[in-house]
Write a protein that binds this ligand. Sequence first.
Ligand SMILES: O=C(O)CCC(=O)C(=O)O
Length: 289
Amino acid sequence: MITDKDVAAYQRDGVIVVPDVLSQDVLSDMRSVVAEFVAKSSATLEHTDVYDLEPGHTAQSPRVRRIKAPHKVHPLFDDIVRSPAVLGILQKLLGPGLRLYGSKLNMKSAQYGSPVEWHQDWAFYPHTNDDILAIGVLLDDTDLTNGPMLVTPGTHTGTVWDHHGDDGRFAGLIDPDLIKPEIARAVPCMGRAGSMSFHHVRALHGSALNTSNRSRNLLLYEVAASDAWPLMGVKDFAEFDTRLLAGGSVVAPRMTAVPVRLPLPPASRQGSIYETQSAAKKSYFTRAA
Ligand SMILES: O=C(O)CCC(=O)C(=O)O
C-alpha cells in the first residue's frame, strides 16, 4: 500500500499519511464498538484500566477522553494492527520483525475534546533502538477544524527534549517556549476516515482542543521493530511475546547510539498522557472551560 517514495518521505520527515487503508465496513464496525464502550462508561465516575474520562463526565452524560488499551478490550482493534495491509506498511517502515508496544484510542469529542501538549513518544518509552513508530488511524474525517495531530517534520533525527517538570519528575511534555520554531513548522495529519498516519517515535507532536461540532477520534498503535527492547524493562516475557506482530521471539536486542532520557522519577499523576501532562505549570494549547 505504500511506495518507495512514501518510505523515503517517512525516513526524511518522520511522518506520512496513507489514505483510505480501512474500508467503510470496518470503520462502521469500529464506530459501533466505540459507541458501546462510551455508553458503558456511565457505570464509572473515576478513571479505570479501560477509561480515561474527560472533566465533566457524568453517568447521565458520559465523556470519555481515552479508551486506554483498545487491542485488549475488543478483538476488532487487535485484528486491525495484525491485518496484512497494515503489516505490509509496517514492514516497509520498520523491517520484518514487529512487536506491538501498546494502543490507545484518543476520543476528541466535538466542542470539548482535550488537547495533547507537545511531546515526543520516545520520552515515555525509550528502547534500545528507535525503530519505533505510532500509527494514527483516523476514525473520523479530520481537517484543521477538529483538532488534527500536528507533527514537525525532521524532528525524529534531532534533539531529544527534556520532558521533566520543575519538581524534577517526569511531566510528559516539553516547555513550549523551547520549541517555538519547531511548533511553527508542524504539519497536520489530516484525511478521510480510514486513513492512517505513521509517525516516528522521536517526532515532535501535539494537538489542540476540538472546538468544532464534529468528533475527532484517533486510534493509536505503538509498534516497535522486534529487536527494540524497552529500557524500562520487560516484566512478563510471555506477555511481551504475545505482542509480536511478525517474526519470532528476540532475546538479543539491537543497541544503537540514540539519545535517551528516562521517564524517572515517574510523573506525580499517572494513568494517561492527559493525567501526566496535567501537572504542568505551563501549557501551549487552550483547554476547555
Ligand atoms: O490525540 C492526539 O492528537 C495526539 C495523541 C498523542 O500524541 C498521544 O496520545 O501520545
